[in-house]
Design a protein around this ligand. Structure first.
Ligand SMILES: Cc1cc2nc3c(=O)[nH]c(=O)nc-3n(C[C@H](O)[C@H](O)[C@H](O)COP(=O)(O)OP(=O)(O)OC[C@H]3O[C@@H](n4cnc5c(N)ncnc54)[C@H](O)[C@@H]3O)c2cc1C
Length: 312
């Protein structure tokens, strides 16, 4: 699952330009990422190959880097490209072949330890994603798109999504640690700043201190607060723009942007963690905005119940 371009997309989301394709620049970006060990964008490519539990344990036994993660599930050994690069010498020959074929530009860079000239790079092939998004679902606070999936009927089948949601939803989402994330960086870019404005200001629940009830606060407060929210968002955005125009660093100026601001990230996640997300975040105790995303995921790729195998 993935391509040379997948690395670039997940790196370029930092400045919100992940849809652009320019093979020459893209290959140079992969080289830059490799040389500077900006490794997380490599994690959104996943390789699965047939093997027994014994084959898997044999690979694990040989590993000398304690952080390398290689998984076994349903007769397949699963490894993402970052971990594959860190354990290449212990993986079967056929995996080298698969890496070379699926990620030819990346492989050329890795093989030469990043020491590859622009001229040499221009000669190597570059693989791209088949489509930008396979499917997209809107929610009340943003949208989610399915980029890719590798489904072999195991607990470790992999999925990559793009999510655009308010900051407070992202904060909840990123607590789901078993998966990989690459997110827009508001240190880099002031591009495409958007805000979620809820249609309904729900009331605080009386029985659950964390929750809301599906009932708007009374008028005239509802209308007044909504107007005030819009005004504050407009004012804080305008202050942000004035500050950045006068060269205040974006990494500081962003401090005035409210939590209603939207962020955008790639999320690559195995089925076991995805099912755990769906269970926890479709539950009525979860916040409505994230619940809608969990329901959208369920609609797109289903729920297989793999998380129920864990006791805790
Ligand atoms: C309604 C609700 C309210 C919440 N409130 C709060 C809150 O107030 N404050 C707060 O901080 N968080 C809160 N959370 C977040 C919650 O505590 C979890 O961090 C979050 O739901 C991610 O769940 P997870 O750890 O199972 O998922 P992941 O981190 O994606 O992990 C997936 C699975 O991998 C395994 N795993 C991953 N990392 C480890 C590890 N280090 N050790 C052992 N096993 C691991 C576990 O089997 C786990 O189920 C809330 C969540 C919900 C749904």
């Amino acid at each position: 699952m993935g391509s040379d371009q997948r690395i670039v997309r997940c790196a370029r989301v930092s400045f919100g330009r992940d849809e652009k394709v320019d093979p020459e620049r893209d290959k140079r970006l992969i080289r830059f990422l490799f040389r500077h060990r900006h490794a997380s964008p490599f994690e959104h490519n996943v390789i699965a190959f047939e093997g027994s539990k014994r084959d898997w344990l044999n690979i694990l036994e040989k590993l000398s880097i304690p952080t390398v993660q290689i998984y076994y599930s349903g007769g397949y050994i699963w490894v993402n490209l970052r971990n594959a690069i860190n354990s290449l010498e212990h993986l079967p020959e056929k995996i080298f072949e698969q890496v070379k074929k699926s990620f030819p530009a990346t492989w050329s860079i890795v093989e030469r330890k990043g020491e590859i000239s622009d001229e040499e790079l221009s000669e190597v092939p570059y693989t791209t994603d088949r489509v930008f998004l396979q499917e997209r679902i809107e929610t009340s606070s943003g949208w989610i798109g399915l980029v890719d999936k590798l489904e072999l009927g195991t607990d470790m089948d992999y999925y990559t999504f793009i999510v655009e949601c308010p900051l407070f939803v992202a904060r909840q989402w990123h607590r789901h640690r078993f998966g990989s994330y690459n997110e827009i960086s508001r240190r880099y870019t002031a591009y495409d700043i958007k805000f979620y404005i809820p249609e309904v200001l729900r009331k605080q629940a009386k029985t659950n201190k964390q929750a809301s009830v599906d009932e708007p606060v009374e008028e005239p407060y509802h209308s007044e607060f909504l107007e005030e929210i819009k005004r504050i968002i407009k004012e804080s955005h305008s202050l942000y723009e004035r500050m950045t125009e006068k060269e205040v660093a974006k990494e500081l100026a962003r401090g005035v942007l409210p939590q209603f601001m939207k962020t955008r990230y790639y999320w690559t996640v195995p089925r076991a963690s995805l099912d755990n997300f769906i269970t926890l975040r479709t539950h009525e105790g979860a916040q409505k905005e994230i619940r809608e995303f969990a329901q959208a995921i369920r609609e797109m790729v289903g729920y297989k119940g793999t998380d129920k195998k864990s006791r805790l």
